[in-house]
Design a protein around this ligand. Structure first.
Ligand code: AMP
Length: 213
């Protein structure tokens, strides 16, 4: 297997970029946040365990996340290509991912760090709207749907994530700074880090990533 990681603060554009890259390449999009929201919606045991942390904008415990990712990788092809979005978020998760890749005889090809100023992150998160059915991302100003409140792709209703409310946004950005941002140095030290400016349109961001794949 082969893996790439999209690293960056909430609002850096990981999900939006990942969806485009998935369409244009053979990388499967593995977004732990999407998997957790799905588990919450289904009301599974895992969803019930994770829900409180997510509502507060805190990280879900590493053991839960690792279990989720391992199950996903076990279900996929041994020679699959994976694009992780929102994972890893702690040093422990990064270590366990590296072990998992090694066990599978795979390699971590690159880590893309999507970099944007804090003010941009805050405005993107506050304006973000998501399709209830297909999960496509929009923004009330930056990526408006053709019809307000309706998904361009499947015509379903758009909603605002509960954790995209202002107080929770601030907490998520602090949690990122405290628990995740240290991974930038980790991957820089291993010569895997590719810094991309994400304060651009999504197309420029996606082509910057694709040019390195
Ligand atoms: P996201 O959609 O990536 O912004 O994730 C939404 C929420 O899910 C986060 O605020 C965390 O509560 C939780 N979450 C997603 N991915 C992880 C992860 N790798 N580790 C811990 N918590 C996560």
């Amino acid at each position: 297997m082969e893996a790439i990681i999209l690293l960056g603060a909430p609002g850096a554009g990981k999900g939006t970029a990942a969806e485009k890259i998935r369409e244009l390449t053979s990388y499967a999009h593995v977004a732990t946040g999407d998997m957790l929201r799905d588990a919450v919606k289904r009301g599974s045991d895992l969803g019930r365990e994770a829900e409180g942390y997510m509502q507060r904008g805190e990280l879900v415990p590493d053991e839960i996340i690792i279990r989720l990712v391992e199950e996903r990788l076990d279900a996929g092809r041994a020679d699959g290509r994976y694009m992780f979005d929102g994972f890893p978020r702690t040093v422990r998760q990064a270590e366990l991912l590296e072990q998992s890749i090694a066990r599978r005889g795979g390699r971590l090809r690159a880590v893309f760090f999507l970099d944007a100023p804090r003010a941009v992150l805050v405005s993107r998160l506050g304006g973000r709207r998501i399709c209830r059915k297909c999960g496509m991302n929009f923004h009330v100003v930056n990526i408006p749907p053709r019809r307000a409140g309706v998904c361009d792709a499947c015509g379903e209703e758009l909603y605002q994530r509960a954790d995209d409310e202002e107080a929770t946004i601030m907490n998520r950005l602090d949690v990122y700074a405290r628990q995740t941002a240290g991974l930038i140095a980790r991957y820089e030290g291993r010569n895997l880090l590719v810094r991309v400016n994400s304060d651009t349109g999504v197309d420029a961001l996606v082509s910057a990533i694709r040019s390195r794949l």
